[in-house]
Structures are given as structure tokens and as C-alpha cells.
Design a protein around this ligand. Structure first.
Ligand code: A3P
Length: 345
């Protein structure tokens, strides 16, 4: 009888032990890596040089779950106070360039546990009506974050809008500025494709790219066409340099971000003085989409919306050649100023 009871007890203990080990293994697998199981500790001085060991980061899992709820507005004031959550002005802004890959860059940086993105384009500095509402309005547009995290927003129109550099300077003269660029002719065609799609959605007709990009009177490149002007990166950058030294800018290669995102993101982490936390685990190539998608953990991953990665219309090769020739000297100047060279023709 006693022997039978002992055997039963042993059996129960075995089942309980297996359950505990199983749960632990599941937890480890779910967060993807042990790195994300680090204890929660505050961290400050985001932009000061610190060794990797010194910087404790919250679990991605924790950041995603809780912050997501707060961002959706599901938090009570008490919860916000309890978790010490704040709406902080951005420490870094992706100022452009439109169609350079600004959304992909923001979403990929948001994989970093110390980064919290503003989901919407705020258009504070380029829109007079918004700007007139004041800096507190801007701050209130920012997502909730922990004090040790940094907020990043992107509004690509900032790069080309005259008043923006001075306005950002007045807010924070030491802010970090990110510019993502693509080969200028491809970027211009991507810009055109976006506008074309908008017209088609409204059942409107639109000109061919060739007609817009080339002045029919002179047969030269039409510099009045916005998609062309936006791709003259050096002209816009020179305006910014009246307010900020070149060290405050980081240029991201948008073409490389498509084909090989990790090294580009690692350069940004370095520029922002963040410990390297985005890994190959967080990025996987989706053959159906033809782009890299984001993996937060074993259960949560996402690709960018279908509006990112449109099929471009065929453009007459002589027009492409003309545009590439036109951009060439501006590109050279851009390389010279930024110290970053691209394989653009
Ligand atoms: P195309 O639609 O011309 O391919 P932005 O976000 O600034 O509007 O830039 C859009 C561009 O981001 C897209 O241009 C696409 O090529 C590029 N991109 C870069 N990485 C991407 C990714 N992982 N998924 C989708 N698009 C990406």
C-alpha cells in the first residue's frame, strides 16, 4: 500500500517537473533569445558613449505588449504614472527623402528596444498650421515611452521644406538627423509612381513620366518638376548645413536597405549611440513580397504595407540616361559633403 502511494507521488512529481521545464523552454523559445529576458532597469544618457554591458534594455516582448496598449490609448492615467511613461520630443528625426525608404527605416529602427517610433508622420515643422500650435502640441503627438528610451519620428517633407531646418534648430540644436537616399532617378520614378497611383485611384488621368521630367520646349531635364527637384539632394542638404554641422546628419543608403538592411541599421545604431540590438533574427526575406520583413519574436512579425514596393512603370531609356547625366554633378557634390559615396551612375 505504502509502496503504491510512493509510486503515485513520484509520478505526480514527474508530471509537475516536466510541466515546469516545458514552460521554461517555451518561454525561452518565445522571446527568441535570452538577451531579451534581461531585467528591467532604467537607463539614461542615451547619447553618451557607454559600454554595451552598462546598458540594460527592456525585453522587446514587454515593450511591444505594454507600449502598444498605451499607444492605442488603452492606458489609464494611473497606469501611465505607475510605469513612469512620458511623451518625449524626438532625439532623432528621419527628415527624408520621400520614397527613399523612410517607412522601412523607421519600422526597422523600432525593432530596437530603446527606440519608440511615432507611427504617423506628424508634419509639425513643414506645416504652418501645425507649427503655430506650438511645441507642446508636437510633444503630445509623440508616443508614450520610458524615460530611458528615445522617440523617433519621420516626416519626409521636412527635407525639402524651406522653413524646417531653422524650426528644428530652435527646438533642439543638437538633434540627430537621418536622411535616407536612393539613386536619384529611381527615387524620382518612385515618387511619380506614388502620385500616379493616387490619380488612378480617383479615376483621373495623368501625364507620362517622360512628359513631366523633360521640358518639351528645350528637351532638357525639367527642373520645375518636383520629383526631379527632390532628387537634387545636395541643394536641399546645403540649406540644412546653414543650421547644423554635417556630423549631426547620418546618410542611409536606401538601395542597400532594400537588399541588405542589417549593416545599414547597424550604422544607424552606432550614429545614435545605441547598443547593437537589431540582429539578423529580426529581419527575414519574404520572397512573395520581394522585400525584407520584420520579426519581433517567434509569434509577431510583419511586412510593410503594399504601398511600399510598387511596380514602377517602364520609362524610356533615353530619358533615364538624360536624368542620370543631369544628376551626376549634384551627386558628386553630395558625396563630397557627406563623405558617403554611392555607386550611382
Ligand atoms: P518603391 O515603392 O518605389 O519600391 P518611403 O517609405 O520613403 O515612401 O519609401 C518607399 C520605398 O521603400 C519603396 O519604394 C521601397 O522600395 C522601399 N523599401 C525599402 N525597404 C523596404 C521593405 N523592407 N519593404 C518595402 N519597401 C521597402
Amino acid at each position: 500500500m505504502l509502496f503504491k502511494q510512493q509510486a503515485l507521488l513520484r509520478q505526480k512529481l514527474f508530471v509537475l517537473g516536466s510541466l515546469a521545464i516545458g514552460s521554461l523552454l517555451y518561454l525561452v523559445a518565445r522571446v527568441g533569445s535570452l538577451d531579451r529576458l534581461q531585467p528591467l532597469c532604467p537607463m539614461d544618457g542615451r547619447f553618451g558613449p557607454r559600454s554595451q554591458e552598462e546598458i540594460p534594455l527592456r525585453a522587446l516582448q514587454f515593450k511591444r505588449g505594454l507600449l502598444h496598449e498605451f499607444r492605442k490609448g488603452n492606458a489609464t492615467k494611473e497606469q501611465i504614472r505607475l510605469h513612469n511613461l512620458v511623451q518625449q520630443l524626438p532625439k532623432a528625426i528621419i527628415i527624408g527623402v520621400r520614397k527613399g525608404g523612410t517607412r522601412a527605416l523607421l519600422e526597422m529602427l523600432n525593432l530596437h528596444p530603446a527606440v519608440v517610433k511615432a507611427s504617423q508622420e506628424i508634419h509639425f515643422f513643414d506645416n504652418d498650421e501645425n507649427y503655430a500650435k506650438g511645441i507642446e502640441w508636437y510633444r503630445k503627438k509623440m508616443p508614450f515611452s520610458y524615460p530611458h528610451q528615445i522617440t523617433i519620428e519621420k516626416s519626409p517633407a521636412y527635407f525639402i521644406t524651406e522653413e524646417v531646418p531653422e524650426r528644428i534648430y530652435k527646438m533642439n540644436s543638437s538633434i540627430k538627423l537621418l536622411i535616407i537616399v536612393r539613386e536619384p532617378t529611381t527615387r524620382a520614378i518612385s515618387d511619380y509612381t506614388q502620385v500616379l497611383e493616387g490619380k488612378e485611384r480617383k479615376n483621373k488621368t495623368y501625364y507620362k513620366f517622360e512628359k513631366l521630367a523633360i521640358d518639351s520646349n528645350t528637351c532638357e531635364v525639367n527642373t520645375k518638376y518636383k520629383a526631379v527637384r527632390t532628387s537634387i539632394y545636395t541643394k536641399h542638404l546645403e540649406r540644412w548645413l546653414k543650421y547644423f554641422p554635417i556630423e549631426q546628419f547620418h546618410i542611409v543608403d536606401g538601395d542597400r536597405l532594400i537588399t541588405e538592411p542589417l549593416p545599414e541599421l547597424q550604422l544607424v545604431e552606432k550614429f545614435l549611440n545605441l547598443p547593437p540590438r537589431i540582429s539578423q533574427y529580426n529581419l527575414y526575406f519574404n520572397a512573395t513580397r520581394g522585400f525584407y520583413c520584420l520579426r519581433f519574436n517567434i509569434v509577431f512579425n510583419k511586412c510593410l504595407a503594399g504601398s511600399k514596393g510598387r511596380i514602377h512603370p517602364e520609362v524610356d531609356t533615353s530619358v533615364v540616361t538624360k536624368l542620370r547625366k543631369f544628376f551626376h554633378p549634384f551627386n558628386q557634390k553630395f558625396y563630397q559633403i557627406t563623405g558617403r559615396t554611392f555607386n550611382w551612375p
